[in-house]
Design a protein around this ligand. Structure first.
Ligand code: DQA
Length: 163
């Protein structure tokens, strides 16, 4: 029997871990102290940490990014395509109701995303009832507080396993 030689060439390349991106829009850096009656008392850092821990258990690469600048969020969305990000979890915050530009960025890169809101936007002012994202999102979670992000992640982890 001939022994098969294993060279670095013939060795199977390790499959890279799937990548997920979490995007937070303006003012979400103030979570914890910002209008807790709407957004709760959990900080953005706590949310990001909980997401990172869950992703690590699932052996998925997850990065979180927050910006108060629309252009910065758009640039991050563009970069996500080159990084082969599979899915995005997005809380566009106030841009939900205003930003054609962020919507167009997501449509341009074609990365499927779940839209998340901490508060139930439909139980609030009427200007919050319209979203520029919901019709192109996989789905929307609104009103479940910080748990909404984790539920979105759970959904996407399951989706990655069945893709
Ligand atoms: C929000 C709801 C938006 O209407 C608001 O502008 C936010 C946060 C939420 O998570 O409930 O900043 O997206």
């Amino acid at each position: 029997m001939t022994k098969q030689k294993t060279t670095s060439r013939s060795r199977a390349k390790a499959t890279p871990r799937p990548r997920l991106l979490v995007l937070h829009g303006p003012n979400l850096n103030l979570l914890g102290s910002r209008e807790p009656q709407h957004y709760g008392e959990v900080t953005l850092e706590d949310i990001n940490l909980a997401l990172a821990r869950r992703a690590e258990i699932a052996e998925v690469d997850l990065e979180s990014f927050q910006s108060n600048h629309e252009g910065a969020l758009i640039e991050r969305i563009h970069a996500a395509r080159a990084q082969e990000v599979r899915y995005i979890i997005l809380n566009p915050a106030a841009w939900t109701h205003t930003s054609v530009a962020v919507r167009d960025a997501l449509a341009a890169v074609g990365i499927p995303f779940v839209e998340v809101h901490l508060s139930n936007v439909y139980a609030r002012e009427t200007f919050r009832h319209h979203s520029f994202f919901s019709d192109i999102a996989i789905g929307v979670i609104s009103g479940l507080g910080h748990q909404g992000y984790l539920l979105a992640l759970e959904y996407l982890l399951n989706k990655l396993n069945t893709d």
